[in-house]
Design a protein. Structure first.
Length: 513
């Protein structure tokens, strides 16, 4: 009997024009969005590689420590087609600065402009809207239709129990939705497999499979809701209206209320306040290093014993420094660099108090409120699978702070901030310097020997050796937050089980049959 009901309901679902139309639209949208997302990833990945290459070239062509600005870039993820998450609002690139610990990233690549001109589409959006509607349209009249057609009494008059009837209806709806989901999964997998610029590996395949399971759990919840409404109401129209009312509640009302409670995560007013406070800190810093400059270098400038090349106070590479200038530079930078680190820590403390801590507090509240709706829960799990969540952003920031400390330690060990400049015989020289060759483009052997004698004792200190310079090259696996998916999947499953249990209990209303 159960097999007969399954066959009849699935056949009815397949022939339903509304469900056919929605399924075709969902499939077509999925393919279009996946293709656009894949090409968007290609553009982002190309930009990422260009930026990485430019960073390395800048490092290895650099002769001045003061102008070393390595960049940390968050590698784009092809799984962003699942969920773009917060990437539209938060950046993906940090640049090293001695006096900065950044709390907000810059953006080196933007989202697909074609998609952005319509809506920020990703697979999560399609699943949230279309598959919930498909599930409702499949199940909203699965019980009440039998009553309207007069077949319910005949079924219960046979050996079929209410539990068997209920399970058969649920299974028929689940199998119908699962077929559509399977077709969608196969289409996405095929796109990944036949895309030459994407490596389809085990983690990517596992993420897609988990997304399929997530979509199935999400659809089952709506099947449970629609089936419960079909049991509670006496007509198909009433059941459909009630199902759509619940759909609007979970899809629009609760997510909107959650976002209202959380508030804005841009903190534009706070950022302006942070900028003002940090400007005050920097002004004091400039005043302090100006005093150091006047104390250590003004006397030498007055006696014209050295020259500088470009930059402002505190960032001048020393050009053709004599021993007196070198000693003054070492004293200046040894005093200045601890001050720079202190300034960076003070600036970051301001940003952390005004921006990071409030943002993390909002994220914690957001994570707690996601359980109120299967829609917000679906969004959170989707961001976790794609690596585009708030947690991934915070992890990227923390990794860059660690990298920044590695860069500073590297430079400190080589006394780089003291020396500031390496000297090579092919550099241009000031004619006023006593060691300046007569022809700076073609120094003689004797002139070169004099220059080498001058710097030989401090050759390592005055030269840049970047062979083991720390480069930010964290893999996607290292940057991906250690998200525990099981509790979230469990919550989604428990929500469906609770609604199923309520539906089974309400089947008692048909006891007169």
């Amino acid at each position: 009997m159960i097999a007969t009901i399954l066959k009849k309901d699935i056949h009815s679902t397949v022939q339903d024009a509304k469900i056919q139309a929605l399924a075709i639209v969902a499939l077509c949208l999925t393919i279009v969005v996946a293709l656009l997302g894949i090409f968007e990833y290609k553009i982002k990945n190309e930009r990422y590689n260009v930026e990485q290459a430019a960073t390395l070239e800048q490092l290895y062509n650099n002769k001045v420590y003061a102008t070393i600005h390595p960049k940390a870039i968050k590698r784009p993820t092809p799984l962003s087609i699942i969920s773009k998450g917060i990437e539209a609002n938060f950046g993906n690139s940090y640049t090293f600065e001695m006096e900065e610990i950044p709390y907000q990233a810059d953006r080196i690549y933007e989202a697909n402009a074609y998609i952005e001109s319509f809506i920020n589409l990703d697979l999560s959006v399609i699943f949230i809207w279309f598959f919930s509607l498909i599930s409702i349209l499949i199940a909203y009249d699965c019980v009440v239709r039998e009553r309207e057609d007069g077949t319910l009494k005949l079924m219960f008059a046979s050996s079929l129990s209410k539990l068997e009837f209920y399970i058969s209806k649920i299974l028929a709806s689940m199998l119908s939705v699962s077929f559509v989901l399977l077709v969608v999964l196969l289409a996405i997998t095929a796109i990944f497999l036949f895309t030459p610029w994407i490596e389809f590996n085990l983690p990517t395949g596992a993420a897609l499979l988990l997304f399929f399971v997530l979509g199935l759990l999400y659809s089952i919840f709506w099947i449970a809701v629609a089936t419960l409404c079909s049991i509670l109401f006496r007509s198909s129209a009433q059941s459909l209206v009630a199902s759509l009312a619940v759909w609007i509640l979970f899809l629009i009302v609760i997510p909107t209320s959650v976002k209202t409670v959380i508030g804005n995560t841009d903190f534009e007013k706070e950022k302006r306040e942070i900028a003002t406070l940090q400007d005050d800190v920097m002004q004091r810093y400039h005043d302090q290093r100006g005093e150091l400059w006047q104390r250590d270098f003004d006397p030498l400038i007055a006696r014209l014993e050295f020259q500088t090349w470009g930059g402002g106070i505190g960032s001048e590479p020393i050009w053709m420094a004599n021993p007196a200038t070198r000693d003054a530079a070492i004293n200046y930078y040894n005093t200045l660099n601890p001050l720079k680190r202190d300034i960076a820590d003070r600036k970051f403390a301001i940003a952390e108090a005004k921006y990071l801590l409030p943002l993390k507090k909002k994220v914690r509240l957001l994570n707690a409120l996601t359980n109120l709706s299967p829609v917000t829960l679906f969004e959170k799990i989707g961001m976790q699978l794609a690596g585009t969540s708030y947690d991934d952003y915070f992890l990227f920031l923390d990794r860059f702070r660690t990298y920044r400390d590695q860069v500073i330690d590297f430079l400190m060990k080589r006394d780089a901030f003291s020396s500031k400049r390496w000297f090579t015989p092919d550099d241009p020289y000031s004619p006023e310097h006593p060691l300046c060759p007569a022809d700076v483009n073609q120094p003689t052997e004797a002139e070169l020997e004099l220059l080498l004698d001058y710097y030989r004792n401090d050759l390592e200190k005055w030269s840049l050796d970047l062979n083991d310079f720390p480069v930010f090259s964290a893999s996607l696996a290292e940057l991906k937050a250690d998200n525990d998916f099981l509790p979230h999947f469990l919550v989604m499953a428990l929500l469906s089980c609770a609604v199923f249990a309520a539906g089974l209990y309400k089947m008692n209303k048909y006891s007169n049959y």
